[in-house]
Design a protein. Structure first.
Length: 434
């Protein structure tokens, strides 16, 4: 009897459970028929009010981030204007449909920081224009490291921005087969550097006559890169050497104690050598440059030099480094020497009693070296030196000539230079052979 009771109870529980399950399944099915999945809010499945509030906050932040990103990355049309000869900034603005009042406000704001009259031909100006064809920003590339930014987003705001730059040293070496310039171009040396190289050696070399085949040229220079730009620029020459047979001319860049960047040889002598205005000692100025009555002919004539009265045989010095272009008799000049100093300057010495041994055409001389002796040869009334400085084949007044003086480094400045030039040379050689 007990067994039957247990079996009856178990059967009752099974039937009851089945009925409950069937009823709930029916309710769930009816609910699903009356609701669309698109109407389901995810928060309905979060039991905690705190969790629901946090989810809502996260969704709001995500939407804000997307809006900010879109706003800050609006695609502007970039229009680049290259300034043409005779073109003004006002005329350039006319291409962008500014009202006259706005145009003058922009020009006046810019002129407070940068004089627009200083715009150069080929200068680049960038205009950023939005999709409504409204200019929002103007950028002037003043130089390789400075931009002038004109913000027109609300008020007119003009600032100068210094761009971050970094540099590396590039070194090249080549032999001349034709000319320093053309062979330099063939060896991928920048045009700007070749021009600086020619200027650097112009007081020591005449590039028309002195350069010979197989002359060796070695140079290192700065290559400057600007932040966020794909382009680069060239800075100063750091080291330069020209070797013609056994003659080597070599210069190093150096910042002097008085704040000037200049070039010196290993001994600390400046590349810039002044031409001597008085190429002899103890002389008395006897005749100046200009119109005068000639002491022999009696006619008024242009005196294209200056005369120094001095005893016969007084040593005459070379006015500067150069090459003897002429040494011999030259009409009324008598015994005459002309020295070519570079592509533009020459000096001439007349009425000499004689030449120093070894002085002849083609000989290289150094500033201050004795080249001859005071005399009275040619059309002369007495012992004196007639001295001329010739610039671009025209005599000029030596007394008013302004040429850079040749500085010679000394003391601690020389010590600093020697440490500096060793580092420059080491970097140059390392770049060449790495």
């Amino acid at each position: 009897m007990a067994l039957n009771y247990k079996n009856t109870t178990l059967l009752f529980l099974v039937i009851t459970g089945f009925l409950i399950f069937s009823l709930n399944a029916y309710k769930l099915n009816s609910y699903n028929k009356n609701i669309s999945l698109k109407e389901i809010n995810p928060t309905q499945f979060i039991e905690s009010p705190k969790e629901q509030k946090q989810l809502s906050k996260n969704k709001t932040e995500n939407l804000f981030d997307e809006f900010t990103k879109t706003k800050n990355n609006i695609k502007y049309k970039k229009t680049i204007v290259i300034v043409k000869k005779g073109e003004t900034f006002s005329k350039i603005l006319d291409n962008f449909n500014f009202e006259n009042k706005k145009k003058f406000e922009i020009i006046n704001s810019i002129n407070k920081i940068f004089d627009l009259r200083g715009l150069n031909v080929n200068q680049k100006i960038i205009f950023l224009v939005n999709d409504k064809k409204i200019v929002k920003q103007i950028i002037f590339e003043l130089d390789y490291k400075t931009n002038l930014i004109v913000d027109l987003d609300s008020n007119i705001n003009v600032i100068k921005k210094e761009l971050e730059t970094f540099s590396e040293i590039e070194s090249k070496e080549y032999l001349i087969t034709n000319s320093l310039y053309s062979d330099g171009i063939n060896n991928n040396i920048p045009n700007q550097i070749l021009i600086k190289l020619i200027q650097l050696f112009s007081f020591d070399l005449d590039f028309q006559r002195d350069i010979r085949k197989d002359t060796q040229v070695s140079v290192s220079y700065e290559k400057i890169f600007t932040e966020n730009e794909n382009k680069y620029f060239f800075g100063d020459i750091q080291y330069a050497r020209v070797t013609i047979k056994n003659n080597t001319l070599e210069y190093f860049k150096f910042l002097t104690d008085d704040g000037y960047i200049d070039y010196f040889n290993r001994e600390g002598k400046n590349v810039k050598k002044s031409i001597l205005k008085t190429p002899l000692d103890g002389a008395k100025l006897s005749s100046t440059y200009g119109m005068r009555k000639h002491p022999i002919s009696g006619f008024n004539k242009m005196h294209k030099g200056i005369d120094f009265a001095a005893p016969q045989g007084t040593p005459v010095y070379a006015g500067g480094n150069g090459v003897i272009e002429m040494a011999g008799r030259n009409g009324g000049y008598g015994n005459y020497i002309r020295i070519r100093h570079n592509n533009e300057y020459k000096t001439a010495y007349a009425h000499l009693s004689g030449f120093k041994k070894g002085i002849s055409k083609g000989v290289r001389v150094n500033q201050g070296e004795v080249i001859g002796y005071v005399g009275s040869t040619g059309r002369s009334t007495g012992p004196h030196l007639h001295y001329e400085i010739i610039y671009q084949n025209k005599q000029i007044n030596p007394l008013t000539l302004k040429l850079p003086s040749g500085k010679i480094l000394e003391g601690k400045e020389l010590e600093r230079f020697k440490k500096n030039h060793k580092l420059i040379l080491a970097n140059h050689l390392n770049n060449l052979f790495e």
